[in-house]
Design a protein around this ligand. Structure first.
Ligand code: ZN
Ligand code: ZN
Length: 373
């Protein structure tokens, strides 16, 4: 048995690339479809086997240590078909195995489907259940995905005799070679359908509306896509389903907005309530919340109600509800009210308006709130 390195004409420390190049050159020269001599066939076998061993790092290491069975030690040695050679040189051509020696399958995976769902902010707090209608491809019940009229079957293609391929002689850089091309009569399936199912026009599937029951988790945001594996379109000829994607869109709420897992709202407080303090009840997105407003609350103060925000998508610790105080200054005073306020102003000797220090001002508090939030 000749040494594999000698067969390929490379040194023992040849790189994988050098080995591949050597094999490519010899295979072009010796392939039985190009070079019909018996001697060439034998050499081609040896070359292919040597390449099988030396192109696999594990097998090459074992060979270098003296272990190698002459043939079949590392898998199928011997004649590769031209398809194999082309795959070795150029990578597998065509996606999904549509080229190659076997007929292609009619069964194909179905496409993914996308459905958009609009939610209220309240749905996001705890998550929500939805039944949605999906317009999609479903299995044809008449033929059960076989594509054939009931009680009929596909028949073997007359042209390619079931292989899905026909041989063509083409000129190439290797000389005149015989190569496989997909059969045009059966589109490579190897069979034809003499009586296609009338319901699905021989596709094995039909379009239909389908109800999908869906649990949307809490904490989702606009633009998020949920994936439901296997809930998309059924494949051709009863092939496996694609996936269904649900794209979420959350409507703006007239009172609450969202910041991370917190909910933000503004509370209008009358001037007397701001001065004297009060208790009130507000409607949060999940029921009522009692709120105490301390005497002397300032415009821009933020009241935090722990745990009344949004349940995050990952985790269970709810965010907070943060309520910013907006003090409403009275605008229409009658004669008596005006007199009271003027009296109040005289008694308290309220200072004239002046600029506050920045860190006590509204904008600093807004900034801090954004930083902390
Ligand atoms: Zn059908
Ligand atoms: Zn055919």
């Amino acid at each position: 048995m000749a040494d594999h390195y000698e067969v390929l004409g490379v040194s023992r420390d040849a790189s994988p690339d050098e080995i591949k190049k050597a094999y490519r050159r010899l295979a072009r020269e010796l392939h039985p479809d190009v070079n019909p001599g018996d001697d060439a066939a034998e050499r081609f076998k040896s070359v292919t086997h040597a390449y099988d061993v030396l192109s696999d790092p594990d097998q090459r290491a074992r060979y270098d240590m003296g272990g190698d069975s002459p043939f079949g030690g590392g898998g199928a040695a011997g004649f590769g078909s031209f398809g194999d050679i082309f795959e070795t040189f150029f990578g597998a051509a065509g996606g999904g195995g549509s080229r190659g020696p076997r007929p292609r399958s009619r069964r194909e995976r179905g496409q993914d489907a996308l459905v958009r769902v609009t939610l209220d902010l309240g749905d996001v707090v705890f998550g929500v259940h939805r039944d949605i209608e999906v317009d999609t491809a479903v299995l044809c019940e008449t033929c059960d995905g076989s594509c054939c009229q009931p009680n009929t079957q596909p028949v073997t293609c007359d042209i390619c005799h079931g292989s899905g391929h026909v041989q063509q002689q083409v000129r190439s850089l290797l000389g005149n070679v015989v190569t496989n091309a997909p059969c045009r009569v059966c589109q490579g399936y190897g069979t034809t359908i003499p009586y296609p199912c009338a319901t699905c026009q021989g596709q094995g599937r039909v379009r239909a509306r389908r109800n999908v029951s869906l649990d949307i988790p809490a904490g989702v945001e606009t633009g998020l896509r949920l994936q439901l594996p296997g809930s998309g379109e059924v494949g051709q000829a009863g092939g496996p389903n694609g996936d269904l994607y649900i794209e979420v869109s959350v409507k703006d709420h007239e009172t609450f907005s969202r910041e991370g897992d917190d909910l933000l709202a503004t509370l209008e407080v009358s001037m007397p309530d701001a001065v004297l303090g009060t208790t009130t009840t507000i409607d949060s997105l999940d029921g009522t919340v009692d709120l105490e407003i301390r005497p002397g609350v300032q415009a821009g103060d933020v009241l935090t109600i722990k745990g009344r925000g949004i349940t995050p998508l990952r985790g269970s610790q709810r965010g907070d509800l943060r309520v910013g105080v907006h003090v409403v200054t009275p605008t229409r005073l009658d004669h008596k009210e005006r007199a009271l306020i003027e009296d109040f102003a005289k008694r308290t000797k309220a200072p004239a308006p002046k600029l506050a220090e920045f860190h006590q001002g509204l904008f600093a508090r807004l900034r801090d709130r954004l930083r902390n939030g």
